[in-house]
Structures are given as C-alpha cells and as structure tokens.
Write a protein that binds this ligand. Structure first.
Ligand code: PLP
Length: 402
C-alpha cells in the first residue's frame, strides 16, 4: 500500500531502506490470529488455523531462500541488536592473544554500541588485564578522499592483523554509503587467518542476492522491517552456519524455545538443544509479528528474489543515469557505480543546502531520508517502486535543487 499526501495524491516512496511498505495482505494474516486468539485462547497453540506452537516454522524455508541458507541455518527471533548480542555470546570468544574485533568505522551506531559493550563485558570477565575498547576495536576507514572501502584493503588488513583478530563484523551493505561488501571474499580472508566472520545484513536482506551458506559465513543478523516489509519494529532474523549447529562447545544463552520440541513440555531441567539455529531462540515468539512477516515473505516467494534483483539493478541504474544526466556537479553519488558493490540505494552527497533540499522534497511528497552531515539516501525498491517513480523523483529533485 502506497501512502498518500493530504491532497489524496500518492507519495513517491523511496525510503524502503528505512521502513518497508505495508503488504496489502498483512491485515488478513493478522486478523486470522486475532480471530483464533479470540475464539480459541490457549487452545490456539495447537488448534489455531496455523497452530502457534510451530508457527515460526511457516517462515523458515522462505527466510532461508532470502539469505541463501539451509532451512536449519535460520531463525526469526528478537530484534537485530538483541540478536547481535546473543550471537556474539557464541562467536566472540576472545583470549589473551586473539581478542580484537574489526568493524567498519562508519558502521551503524547500534553496532558500535553493541560491539563496544561486548568488548567491555569480556574485558571485565578477563579481569581487565588483557584489553580495552581502544586497543581491541579496529575501525576500518576508506582511503583518504574515497568513500568506499576497497575489498583489497580489507583483505590486506586482515592478513596484517589477523593473528589478533577474533571476529570480523561487517555490514553486508553500509547503511550510509550504500556500499555492498564482498561477503565471500571477506569471509575467506577471515577464515584463512583464523578469524570468525559475522555480518549485519540490515541493508542486505531482501535487497541483495545472498548465499550465506555457500560463502561459508559463520553467522549473521538482520532486521525484517527495512527491505523485508515486516512492519515497524518487526521481529529480526538470524543465521548460523550449518558447521556450527552441533558444536556443543559453543557458549550460548538458553531458553525453553531452543529446547527439543518433543520433550519441551516435560518441564524438566535438562536442556536438549534443537539441532538447528532454533536452539538460539530463547522465548516463544510474537505471533502477530510472525504473521506480518509471513504475509511479506509470501509476496517475496511469489516475486522471487532473483527477479527482484534483476529489476533492482535496472531501476537503480536508471536513477543513476538521470542524476548524472542532470547534475550540475552539486551532488556526488557516494555509492559505488559497480553493480555488485551496491544494492538499490544511492546515497547523494549534496554540497550546498542539502537539508533544505531534503525538506523541500518531503514537502513535494517525495519520501527519502537525510543523514547528517550532507547525505540524502534514495532507495527505489524493486517490489513496489516503478521507473515512473524514479523519473518523477529526478524531476522534482532537480526542480528543487536550483
Ligand atoms: C537498521 C539497522 C539496525 C537497527 O537495529 P535494531 O536493533 O533493529 O533497532 C542495526 N544495524 C544496522 C546496520 C541497521 O541498518
């Protein structure tokens, strides 16, 4: 459903990288659960049209196809930053020689806070003897004068400092620049140097073609409210590679929803893990959240993520073409021009009066977003944006950038 302005006209919505639009079918999926709750109450766990006890399993195969995983490698649970912490419990295990985390310097703030607190937490456990954030967090920047981080520079840094790096934590696509990283190459470099490779896929899931299993990624988390249209604050997603699923030496924070399904309700105190990523699930999940996400995932199934990517490449290339054709050099596109180094988003650095330009766009019914100090992010989403949207955006953009 495309939102409308107060005069009844549809807006041009180019902010699906921030909050995806509501699927037309979402109401009926949620109403089904409201009805079952109303009429069945606790019996709904087993007798709802889609019984709540295994409800999350309805989403597993669809989620796996979005991120290129085996079904047993994915789970929808919690929210992104919470999942980061849960998976760091298992995958960030510093010792006195290998304790550092490599992160992009311009990673999303929540990732910086979470990673800093993980380092502090582990340093505390180690008696503050071995490390602190200043020493343990390596922040990778682009070369001076450049906006993207070159893959060969990431590899070089990993080869140089790999012996002390416990974990490499990168985005799949950087939220600010729109740069898509080469997950496969970063993971390979990490593994050659004995490091774990984890990824924040907030801006990748539902946007890029991912092959997390084949790329041998150790673990990943993402949110479902951006490109995946799961609704504001939607339940998050997580991936753990098959090779780690039965590793009983991995520390893990446990809860009853990770316990073996056959014996869960015997209510004893001996934990038996589900042999899948579900063993990271601590609580019984929010059904309305899952219902909303399920509605969206069914649409992705129908459209096909490969088809969406084909359209996406063309849509973004069209936007780039129009911006370049009309540009009077007041704006720089800081997102890489290479197709495999970007998703649908283009980030426009505006030299003068960017914030005013952004405000004028909003007034004209163009929904995009502003990121301090000087960037307007525009994301034509293949599922619901058209080439016409992009053309109109470009017209309004240049009419207002004079
Ligand atoms: C959107 C986003 C988040 C948001 O985290 P939540 O825990 O879902 O609030 C985190 N990291 C990145 C890279 C994001 O783009």
């Amino acid at each position: 459903m495309i939102p409308h302005k107060s005069n009844g006209e549809k807006v041009i919505y180019l902010a699906g990288n921030s909050l995806g639009l509501q699927p037309d079918t979402v109401r009926s999926y949620i109403e089904q659960e409201l009805k079952d709750w109303e009429t069945l109450a606790v019996e709904g766990h087993t007798h709802a049209k889609n019984p709540w006890m295994p409800y999350h399993e309805l989403l597993t195969a669809k989620t796996a196809r979005i991120v290129g995983a085996l079904p047993e490698e994915v789970i929808n649970m919690n929210t992104l930053t919470a999942n980061l912490h849960f998976l760091f419990v298992s995958f960030y295990r510093p010792d006195s020689s290998r304790y550092k985390i490599l992160i992009e310097s311009n990673a999303f703030p929540s990732d910086h806070y979470a990673v800093q607190s993980q380092i502090n937490f582990h340093a505390e456990l180690a008696g503050k003897k071995h490390f602190d954030v200043k020493d343990a967090l390596i922040e990778m920047k682009p070369r001076s004068g450049e906006d993207k981080i070159r893959t060969e520079d990431i590899e070089e840094l990993i080869y140089r400092e790999g012996d002390s790096i416990a974990l490499i934590w990168f985005a799949g696509v950087n939220y600010y620049s729109g740069q898509a990283f080469d997950i496969e190459r970063i993971t390979a470099a990490a593994h050659k140097n004995g490091c774990i490779a984890g990824f924040d896929l907030a801006h990748s899931a539902g946007n890029m073609l991912l092959k997390l299993h084949d790329w041998n990624v150790d673990f990943a988390v993402w949110c479902n409210y951006k490109y995946l249209n799961g609704g504001p604050g939607a339940i998050g997603g997580a991936f753990v590679h098959e090779k780690h699923l039965n590793d009983s030496s991995l520390p893990k924070f446990l809860g009853w929803w990770g316990h073996d399904k056959k014996t869960r309700f015997l209510m004893d105190h001996k934990y038996i893990p589900i042999p899948t990523a579900e063993s990271w699930q601590v609580s019984n999940p929010p059904i309305f959240q899952l219902a909303a996400l399920n509605a969206s995932l069914d649409i992705f199934e129908e459209a096909g993520i490969e088809n969406l990517r084909i359209k996406s490449e063309k849509l973004t290339a069209y936007l780039e073409f129009l911006l370049k054709e009309n540009n009077n050099s007041d704006i720089d596109i800081i997102t890489p021009p290479e197709i495999n180094e970007r998703g649908c988003q283009l980030s426009l650095r505006v030299k003068y009066g960017g914030k005013d330009l952004y405000n004028r766009l909003i007034n004209e019914g163009v929904i995009c977003d502003w990121r301090e100090p000087d960037v307007i992010r525009v994301a034509p989403v293949p599922l619901y944006n058209s080439f016409e949207d992009v053309r109109k955006f470009s017209e309004i953009f240049f009419d207002n950038n004079k």
